[in-house]
Design a protein around this ligand. Structure first.
Ligand code: FAD
Length: 407
């Protein structure tokens, strides 16, 4: 077994680390300052566009797409350590590299399931970083971790036009508050009474400016608006009409597309979470050696040693599991790596939440303040125990597969 990264990965890592140090990390405070001066907090600060241009110049663009026709053509194993590095600054770096959720998942869907016209109209501007997108599945009125519960209707127009009429309410639709978000991929039911509950759903492309689409309000995360991610919006579809050619794939194929979309998305989250944990460890160590309490440096307290050591051990374990999962996705496919994808989605957010919690504790009041990134990182990591499938849903499915071996 060879634990080294290959030459291409090492070369890209070097380039990305330099970009992070020279541009991304210094831009964090600039972005905050610029956002405070914007007409709307949902607009994109100018420094983000500058970062995007610089990333493109440095060949650090669309690294997430394994398809070399559209992206960098990296394997999951090659992309994993790069995504980890972007996780050190999750508010800026993924966007700078055009590797941010939910656009990444949406681009994958369009590349894999979109037709030529859909790819031209929506995938190309997304790949160029000219627009943003959102993925609208979750609904406030039903337990949406079970996607068969979705109630949004996608009906053929009864007036003879070749259109779908979409009616429903969605919430926590990431990115939708950002005015650059031009297109929604909406999941709803075309056949709510169909015998196969996994064939009732379809996905359609709904441009933001479609009459009947209202981005109603920004949902908060722990009481805060998540500006850097373009917010998480409540969106109402009130008899919104789109041409039937906006269907992605086939009618009844929405559930399967959602499953395909979530595999890579989940591993990307976990890769970035490891980068978040690395940042927490770094901040913890810097703080511990630079502050004294009761006559000695915090770094000399045994409990601080335990926190740092435990964090390091956990990160090393998680990274190995994430890299193994990436390797399996490359070698046996996303379906073959199902158990591993679920294992990392269960293990990583909760472990990183724990590490961030300790890092916050070590920083005292500074830990919960806006002067360190820890509180924001904590909120991001904690929500990943819910978003893209709550832990319990993955545990249920993983355990059932494990039990099956003995039945
Ligand atoms: C910050 C953030 C961003 C998001 N972005 C998006 C987005 O862009 N697009 C989108 O469509 N959605 C998005 N979501 C929504 C997210 O995917 C859903 O919240 C998630 O799938 C859970 O659905 P739900 O909230 O309806 O919870 P429910 O389905 O009501 O579940 C609630 C709880 O019930 C428990 N539970 C459920 N099933 C089981 C089970 N089988 N066994 C044991 N316990 C169980 C779990 O603890 C779960 O947390 C986002 C959420 C957050 C917080």
């Amino acid at each position: 077994m060879d634990f080294a990264f290959d030459a291409r990965t090492e070369e890209l890592r070097g380039r990305l680390l330099a970009f992070m140090d020279e541009h991304v990390l210094p831009a964090e405070a600039v972005a905050e300052e610029q956002r405070a001066a914007l007409a709307s907090p949902w607009d994109t600060p100018a420094v983000v566009e500058e970062l995007k241009a610089e990333a493109r110049r440095r060949g650090l663009w669309n690294l997430f797409l394994p398809d070399s026709e559209y992206g960098a053509g990296l394997t999951n194993l090659q992309y994993a350590p790069l995504a980890e590095i972007t996780g050190r600054s999750p508010q800026l770096a993924p966007t700078a590299l055009n590797c941010a959720a939910p656009d990444t998942g949406n681009m994958e869907v369009l590349a894999q399931f979109g037709d030529e016209r859909q790819r031209k109209q929506w995938l190309e501007p997304l790949l160029a970083g000219e627009i943003r997108s959102a993925f609208a599945m979750t609904e406030p009125d039903v337990a949406s971790s079970d996607a068969t519960n979705i109630t949004t209707r996608i009906e053929r127009a009864s007036d003879g036009t070749d259109e779908y009429v979409i009616t429903g309410r969605k919430w926590y639709i990431s990115g939708a508050m950002n005015p650059d978000c031009a297109i929604f991929i909406v999941m709803g039911k075309t056949d709510p009474d169909g015998a196969d509950i996994r064939r009732q759903q379809s996905m359609v492309l709904v441009p933001r400016d479609t009459p009947g689409v209202t981005v109603k309000r920004a949902m908060k995360v722990f009481g805060y608006e998540d500006h850097s991610h373009g917010g998480h919006a409540e969106v109402v579809f009130d008899h919104a009409r789109v041409p039937v050619t906006n269907l992605i794939g086939e009618e009844g194929g929405g559930f399967a597309i959602a499953q395909a979309r979530l595999g890579p998305g989940r591993i990307h989250h976990c890769m970035r979470l490891i980068g978040m944990a690395e940042r927490a460890i770094e901040l913890m160590c810097r703080r511990a050696v630079s502050r004294d309490a009761f006559g000695k440096a915090l770094a000399q307290q045994g409990v601080v040693h335990n926190w740092i050591a435990d964090a390091r051990v956990t990160v090393e374990q998680l990274r190995l599991l994430v890299l193994k999962t990436a390797w399996m996705m490359d070698t046996v496919g996303n379906r073959g790596a199902h158990t591993e994808i679920q294992a990392i989605k269960i293990a990583t957010p909760r472990a990183v939440v724990d590490i961030l919690d300790r890092a916050i504790q070590l920083h005292g009041a500074g830990g919960v303040s806006q002067d360190f990134p820890l509180a924001e990182l904590y909120a991001g990591a904690r929500t990943l125990m819910i978003a893209d499938g709550p832990d319990e849903v993955h545990q249920r499915s993983l355990a059932r597969r494990e039990l099956k071996k003995y039945l």
